[in-house]
Design a protein around this ligand. Structure first.
Ligand SMILES: Nc1ncnc2c1ncn2[C@@H]1O[C@H](COP(=O)(O)OP(=O)(O)O)[C@@H](O)[C@H]1O
Ligand code: SF4
Ligand SMILES: [Mg+2]
Length: 311
């Protein structure tokens, strides 16, 4: 199986002069056979990173490698999107859509299609139906079957439950988790919703305005979140009430704040504590740790400190 690695990856839209960098120096590893959850609010650059991983966009800097080598296209890295309509042709039967994704020269395509449908818990007679005859959850299963048809080693799942009814999100999540384990897939699971991501992830990466601000083993990050933004997401996910954050200015990649990009919203940053000019001036770094956080003041002592200063 395979390790997908993002090395200092930046992705821009537009020209070199007037472009917009929406993924900025991302280092991220999806270990072989593991699930990495990538979480961050809308606009943080998650889908852009995903599209670069499957070759739909070219990084403007850095590289993306599979087991140390450039990713062959098409093939070992497959993507499943939020909206299965975008990957399923409405005029094609489910069976033909899946068959189309089989590697060239595959034999007994009908049997293979039926096997793939079975893997995603759909009855074989769905093969002759059209996408419109299926529910949203069933279509997303077909999109998964189609991704699996290419015999991938890595799957990028981008908001795959976000368009589904809450009632079916759980079954699709369970299916994804089960397939990942059974087939030892490496999975990059992307969502804006930490409550969803935490459910499937071995590792967690938190993205804010194009940068990874915290990453580590999921248990560590969830039990002991270091970055104030991670704490905000956790609180939003209902897991843990803390901090709350300042009134959120929507993050705008055209005008990234100086220093730490999170500083205008940070509940322990320069707008709250007057000795934190550093946050405005210097972008925090600190890569390479097991549990890595890009914050100058990430430490457990912070919360009592705020209580002391703002009684
Ligand atoms: N094709 C595009 N051209 C220009 N800007 C884009 C394009 N696609 C996305 N963006 C911008 O890039 C930023 C990140 O978008 P995206 O990667 O979709 O974030 P996310 O998936 O985290 O919501 C957003 O500000 C978005 O408006
Ligand atoms: S570096 Fe400063 S502004 Fe940024 S998250 Fe840490 S405390 Fe907040
Ligand atoms: Mg997205």
């Amino acid at each position: 199986m395979s390790e997908l690695r993002f090395e200092d990856v930046s992705v821009r839209y537009g020209s070199r002069r007037r472009g917009l960098t929406v993924v900025d120096g991302v280092n991220l590893v999806v270990p072989s056979g593991a699930t990495v959850g990538l979480v961050g609010e809308s606009g943080s650059g998650k889908s852009t990173l995903a599209r670069a991983a499957v070759g739909l966009l070219e990084p403007s800097a850095g590289r993306i490698v599979l087991d140390g080598k450039p990713v062959p296209r098409p093939g070992p890295v497959q993507m499943v999107f939020q909206d299965p309509y975008s990957s399923l042709d409405p005029r094609m039967t489910i069976g033909s859509s899946i068959a189309e994704a089989l590697p060239r020269g595959s034999r007994d395509r009908r049997a293979e299609v039926l096997r793939l449908l079975e893997q995603v818990d759909l009855p074989g007679d769905r093969a002759d139906q059209y996408p419109a005859q299926l529910s949203g959850g069933q279509r997303q299963r077909v999109a998964l079957a189609r991704a699996l048809a290419a015999r991938p080693e890595v799957i990028i799942a981008d908001e795959i439950t976000s368009a589904l009814d809450v009632s079916v999100q759980g079954t699709v999540l369970n299916l994804v988790r089960e397939l990942q384990r059974r087939m030892h897939l490496s999975l990059l699971f992307i969502s804006h919703d930490l409550a969803v991501v935490r459910y499937v992830s071995d590792f967690l990466a938190v993205m804010y305005l194009g940068r990874i601000v915290e990453q580590g083993p999921a248990d560590d990050v969830l039990r002991d979140p270091q970055h104030p933004y991670t704490r905000e997401l956790l609180a939003a996910a209902g897991a843990r009430g803390l901090d709350g954050g300042l009134e959120a200015e929507p993050a705008d990649p055209h005008h990234p704040p100086s220093g730490c990009r999170f500083h205008p919203r940070c509940p322990i940053g320069p707008l709250v504590l007057d000795d934190r000019d550093l946050c405005r001036e210097v972008e925090p770094d600190g890569d390479g740790h097991r549990h890595h956080t890009a914050c100058h003041f990430a430490a457990d002592a912070l919360v009592p400190e705020i209580a002391r200063r703002n009684p």
